[in-house]
Design a protein around this ligand. Structure first.
Ligand code: ATP
Length: 240
């Protein structure tokens, strides 16, 4: 395994009295696609929010590129090369598609680089170029999901956090989005941490996986091995 770009050690996070993650440790090797699988409410979104600085952990450490980032400001974390495409997309509905993309680059200012990055993400997602001047709120769900991912890429991340990119999408669109995610990883070397309820697709896409139940990691391994485990087949792949 190459050096981890991200390491979580014993991370605990709560919403008031609700403990959402209970001592999570995981590693994301540089250049890999890693997935965290789990049922509704297992704590997947909370893990991503803790990494990107939206919520502060009560305990534990989050190390990105060798530096502690827990309790840092989210904008500072983006500047270090970590961006997050959140669950539910959260595009700005009244801004144009192009403006939404530029919002993703809010921590950067070099105009030549921005133009280059716009060109690149619009090549991955041609529909966003076609719809550049439309309000983002008028896009379909699948197109908004593409915009959310493309906006996160505009920060030129080394690590991209993806929260349930398949949520609410047709199987065909989901396949299309996952194919682009793989391309971004292979062609641009962007490391990816993906949380998903669609376990079959996530394990086909990822190199390594973790299984989260009630806020704890209960199993981990190379994706190809997890796919063959009886528990995973039964509870996550619906094969038994
Ligand atoms: P989902 O796929 O439904 O988003 P998840 O695995 O991402 O599930 P989380 O959203 O991280 O799970 O939620 C973990 C736990 O924290 C759940 O018990 C959930 O009810 C609780 N929780 C999440 N957000 C809040 C909040 N804003 N306030 C209170 N409790 C919350």
């Amino acid at each position: 395994m190459s050096d981890p770009i991200l390491t979580l050690a014993n991370v605990e996070a709560s919403y008031g009295a609700v403990k959402a993650i209970r001592g999570v440790s995981l590693k994301v090797p540089k250049g890999a696609i890693v997935t965290v699988l789990g049922a509704n409410g297992a704590g997947k979104t909370t893990i991503l929010r803790t990494i990107s600085g939206i919520i502060d952990p009560q305990k534990g450490s989050v190390t990105f590129k060798g530096e502690a980032i827990e309790r840092r400001d989210p904008a500072d974390i983006v500047r270090r090369g970590l961006s997050h495409a959140p669950e539910g997309r959260e595009v700005f509905p009244l801004l144009s598609v192009r403006h939404n993309l530029l919002m993703g680059a809010y921590t950067r200012s070099n105009p030549a680089e921005l133009a280059e990055d716009l060109e690149r993400v619009e090549t991955y997602f041609p529909i966003l170029r076609e719809r550049a001047d439309q309000d983002a709120g008028l896009l379909s769900g699948g197109q908004q999901q593409m915009l959310s991912i493309a906006r996160a890429l505009m920060a030129r991340p080394d690590l991209l956090l993806l929260d349930e990119p398949s949520l609410g999408l047709s199987p065909k669109l989901t396949q299309e989005i996952f194919a682009i995610v793989k391309r971004v990883n292979r062609e641009r070397g962007v490391t990816i941490l993906l949380v998903e309820q669609n376990a079959a697709l996530a394990l086909d896409t990822a190199d390594y996986g973790y299984i989260l139940e009630l806020g704890r990691i209960v199993m981990e391994g190379p994706a190809a091995e997890l796919r063959e485990k009886d528990d995973v087949k039964e509870f996550y792949l619906g094969l038994k």
